[in-house]
Design a protein around this ligand. Structure first.
Ligand code: CMP
Length: 214
């Protein structure tokens, strides 16, 4: 996002942001709060999620540094759309609404970069909606496994799911922990995944074939 800022602009930008740390499990943003700050995630991982009044959770997304969040309330002046929770210790820079416009004036490409992120998220949400409307829990759990393992393969070269519990996978797939565990154990029996301690190693080719065969 800031790659093409000059050293001078980076200095100006650095004066606008505040460095903050949040411990694992803390709420950084609360759904429905009024928000006037956006966050640049420098290290760690956060979960964007919704909670129902009866305590159910739907994880919308996990974001890993470098990423940003909390920009929606700044752009549309509506309350926060979701909770954002630190799932590891995190380091952030916070940026106030008034400074976001100054930062965009400093480098108008920032606005395009924000729009690109929002478009990617909308596409991701459309894919989730499609899965919820047209596919069963088995398909949705397999899709979550495929997405997370593919991202791991692209960034780390290994199709491994780590740092996510069966509960986390269930909240991403919109199902119960029990159902997600049953589906993962069936996939393990078929040799599509292998569980090693707290890691799940995914055979991407077999998993893709299973999804396409459905
Ligand atoms: P805001 O509504 O200000 O506060 C919650 C933030 O969560 C929101 O801005 C976005 O930055 C982020 N967010 C909301 N929905 C998603 C999503 N589907 N994927 C990733 N991030 C999201």
């Amino acid at each position: 996002m800031f790659a093409d800022l000059s050293a001078e602009d980076i200095d100006t930008f650095a004066d606008m942001v505040q460095y903050r740390t949040y411990p694992k499990n803390s709420f950084i943003v609360n759904q429905n709060d009024i928000g006037s700050t956006m966050y640049l995630l420098v290290s760690g991982r956060v979960k964007v999620s919704l909670a129902s009044p009866d305590g159910k959770e739907l994880a919308l997304n996990y974001l890993e540094a470098p990423a940003h969040f909390g920009e929606m309330s700044l752009v549309d002046a509506e309350p926060r759309s979701a909770d954002v929770i630190a799932v590891t210790d995190v380091e952030l820079f916070s940026l106030d609404a008034k400074d976001l416009s100054s930062a965009i004036q400093l480098n108008p490409r920032l606005a395009l970069s924000l729009i690109a992120t929002l478009s990617r998220r909308l596409r991701h949400t459309i894919a989730r909606l499609e899965d919820m409307a047209f596919h069963d829990a088995t398909h949705r759990v397999m899709r979550v496994l495929l997405n997370v393992a593919t991202a791991s393969y692209e960034t780390r070269g290994v199709p491994v799911i780590q740092g996510l519990t069966h509960y986390d996978i269930a909240t991403l797939a919109g199902t119960s922990r029990e159902t997600a565990s049953r589906i993962i154990s069936n996939l393990a029996k078929e040799g599509v995944v292998a569980t090693k301690g707290r890691k799940i190693v995914v055979d991407l080719i077999k998993l893709r074939e299973r999804l396409e065969g459905q």
